[in-house]
Design a binder for this molecule. Structure first.
Ligand code: CUA
Length: 309
């Protein structure tokens, strides 16, 4: 489940949360004041036996000025603080610089690509306390990128790019979801944003950009061979091998990720074996067809994938 917008962890979401709280308090105060005045009037001016018809005043310039001026002042105040908040929250829609990461929505997973060539799926890392410009786009239908604690929502629209600031003020793992219905597995289009100190982030992003070590193939030769034979590489890329497919998640460092299938299963060697043979049993309707792999074959493929750290 995504974290709540009520526990914001970035300057942008803090501004939005305080704006919401401020307007809520103001609206509640007005409601209470009006409710009290109504109750008071009901009692004070109720019909009494033998009182006759009350006085019928018509028009009051003073009252009309007051009840026009007060709302006008309140609405103007709300307008000013809202515009200020929007300026702080929104990234420019045509930023004059390259993005710090490009996020692409797919049915039903998220890809993140960094300027150094690192590509990951379902797991985005960011350095703490640094405002990153994230470009949000889609490979197929409309998705919506949302990490409630860190940033505003941004639609991922085919053929266009949206931009948001992505920032966290404290280290931690923040949950994100797709917030626009996009087909069968919309509900399982989760991802995590891992905010870590700058040094740890650099280590991570540099490691993710490296092709797989030759030792992976050497330590799990049967699985590595099967991966190529069974044409897994038509959909998945493993940098440093002939696998270059781009329609499925990049698997270069798949074993370093915490989850598989956009959060539907923890990343264990058993689940890797299950995913390689019967993805439809785990996430029905997902774009990966079931594969005719024997028990020994799926174990071998999983053992190979497990080396891709
Ligand atoms: Cu992607 Cu909903």
């Amino acid at each position: 489940m995504p974290g709540s917008t009520f526990s914001p962890h970035s300057p942008q979401t803090q501004v939005a949360a305080s704006l919401f709280a401020g307007i809520l308090i103001l609206a509640a105060a007005i409601f209470i004041l009006v409710a009290c005045l109504v109750c008071y009037s009901l009692v004070r001016y109720r019909a009494r036996a033998g009182a006759g018809e009350p006085r019928q005043p018509f028009g009051s310039p003073t009252l009309e000025t007051v009840w026009t001026a007060i709302p006008l002042i309140l609405v103007t105040g709300i307008f000013i603080v809202t515009v200020r908040a929007m300026a702080l929250i929104d990234a420019p829609s045509q930023p004059g610089r390259p993005p710090d990461l490009v996020v692409t929505g797919h049915q039903w997973w998220w890809q993140a690509r960094y300027p150094n060539g690192a590509v990951t799926a379902g797991e985005i890392h960011i350095p703490v306390g640094k405002r990153l410009l994230a470009q949000i786009q889609s490979a197929d239908v409309i998705h919506d990128f949302w990490v409630p604690q860190l940033a505003r929502k941004m639609d991922a629209v085919p053929g266009r790019s949206g931009y948001i600031w992505l920032e966290a003020d404290a280290p931690g793992t923040y949950n994100g979801v797709c917030s626009e219905f996009c087909g069968t597995q919309h509900a399982w289009m989760h991802f995590i944003v891992v905010a870590e100190p700058e040094a740890a982030f650099s280590v991570w992003v540099n490691h993710q950009a490296e092709p797989v070590a030759a030792s992976s193939t050497e330590s799990a030769p049967a699985g590595a061979a099967l991966f190529q034979q069974k044409k897994c590489g038509d959909c998945h890329a493993i940098s440093g091998t002939p696998a270059r497919g781009a329609s499925g998640p990049d698997l270069t460092h798949v074993a370093s990720r915490r989850f598989l299938g956009s959060g539907i299963s923890p990343n264990t060697v058993q689940n890797l074996a299950l995913w390689s043979a019967s993805p439809q049993s785990i996430k029905p309707g997902n774009r990966m067809p079931d594969q005719p792999l024997s028990e020994a074959e799926r174990t071998a493929v999983a053992a190979y994938l497990e080396t891709l750290r």
